[in-house]
Structure formats: structure tokens, C-alpha cells
Design a protein around this ligand. Structure first.
Ligand code: ADP
Ligand code: ZN
Length: 204
């Protein structure tokens, strides 16, 4: 859902697992804002350098120019205060300060559009998304397709072993899974489709 009125600020959040279309949806909304001749700025975290340093890019190759930040607070120095619409992709990697910054921007009349993972690889709420959801005017939860059974998928399944909360996606590291097929932690080796020789690797 797009909020269509002008003038006042607000926060819109798009959340869900990897591959659920969060970046596509964020880009679609930002494009519409540009069509409405609004001034737009887009930010993404520095660690998401999978595809491009100065663009947000979806898995379906939608693209939009963006600025890279380490922490949400950097927006305050990078923001052109004439900007009316501010997009954040991969917001779950922007740290707890995003909550205060998003509120501050919305309170000062900006339209804040935020996309991010709502749960981590163990299925736990991924800060600061839960807090943003409770403060937002609009929330959209996107679902992917379960790579095991084809049902709607709300989980991001990690396919490689690591104790780290954040392993930035590269080839074959994650896939979408439904509630039934999700295995918190690492699935058993014999289930790892991507590890079978000769199989085309799924690009993340
Ligand atoms: P997100 O930002 O949520 O990771 P993207 O917007 O980058 O998602 O990519 C969504 C696109 O990914 C879909 O339109 C589709 O082309 C592709 N895709 C790949 N795997 C899946 C999957 N398991 N379920 C749904 N879409 C998938
Ligand atoms: Zn499933």
C-alpha cells in the first residue's frame, strides 16, 4: 500500500525474508515518488556490497542509485534537507540508531521508506525492525517462495555454517523457506542441494 497524501511525514516499512521482494517494492515506491516529482535520497549499509557500491539492487535486477552509510546517524550529514522521500534498504544492518533517525525525519515532515529483514537466520526478530514496525504508519510483510515445497516463505534459511549473525549473502548461502521447512541453524549436509556436484548454483 502506498500512502498517497502529501505534506506530513511518516514511516513505511517493508519487511520479510530474503528473496521476498523487499528491494523491488522499495524501488517501486521510490520510483513512484520520483514520478510525483518528489526529491528522493536512498541509503544502504556499507556491508551490503554484493552487487554495487552506489546502487540498491534487487535479486531481479531492479536498480536505483543510493548512498552508502555505516550507521543511520550518517544520514544527518548526507541529507539534502530539500529531500522529501528517504529510502533505506537492508535496514536490519543499519543499527539501533535508525529508530531515532527515522522518527526524527518523519517528525520533520519527511516520508521515510524502510526495507529490511524482520527475522535473522535463526528465526529471531532482527533489531531494529521490530521497533520500527511498532512506530510506522504503514507495514507491508512480503513473503518469498519456499525453495523446498513452494509454499509462501517467511524464513531466511542459512545454508552454510557460521556462528556470525551477519554473513553477507554470496552464492548459495541463503534460501527462502516456509514455517514447516525452516531449520534454524544449518540443515544437514545431505539436504544441501547446492552442495551437490554439477548443480547450477543459485545466485544470492
Ligand atoms: P529481497 O529484497 O526481499 O531480498 P528482492 O526484491 O531483491 O528481494 O528480489 C525479489 C526477486 O527475487 C523476485 O521477484 C524473484 O525474481 C527472485 N527470487 C529468487 N528466489 C525467490 C524465491 N524463493 N521466492 C521469491 N522470489 C525469488
Ligand atoms: Zn516449505
Amino acid at each position: 500500500m502506498d500512502i498517497v497524501t502529501g505534506n506530513i511525514g511518516w514511516i513505511e516499512v517493508v519487511c520479510g525474508p530474503m528473496f521476498s521482494g523487499k528491494s523491488e517494492e522499495l524501488i517501486r515506491r521510490l520510483r513512484r515518488a520520483k514520478i510525483a516529482r518528489k526529491r528522493v535520497q536512498v541509503f544502504k549499509p556499507v556491508l551490503d556490497d554484493r552487487y554495487s557500491a552506489d546502487e540498491i539492487v534487487s535479486h531481479s535486477d531492479c536498480r536505483m542509485p543510493s548512498q552508502v552509510i555505516k550507521d543511520a546517524r550518517e544520514v544527518l550529514t548526507l541529507l539534502d534537507w530539500r529531500t522529501q522521500v528517504i529510502g533505506f534498504d537492508e535496514a536490519n544492518f543499519l543499527g539501533p540508531n535508525l529508530v531515532e533517525i527515522a522518527q526524527q525525519l518523519a517528525d520533520s515532515g519527511k516520508q521515510v521508506l524502510i526495507a529490511g529483514l524482520d527475522t535473522d537466520y535463526l528465526g529471531r526478530p532482527f533489531p531494529p525492525m521490530p521497533e520500527l514496525l511498532s512506530l510506522a504508519e504503514s507495514i507491508t510483510k512480503t513473503l518469498a517462495i519456499c525453495m523446498r515445497c513452494g509454499n509462501p516463505a517467511k524464513h531466511t534459511q542459512r545454508l552454510v555454517e557460521s556462528e556470525e549473525l551477519i554473513v553477507v549473502g554470496a552464492t548459495g548461502m541463503y534460501e527462502a523457506r516456509c514455517r514447516r521447512c525452516f531449520e534454524p541453524g544449518i540443515p544437514k549436509q545431505e539436504y544441501l542441494e547446492f552442495a551437490k556436484p554439477g548443480r547450477d548454483r543459485h545466485s544470492v
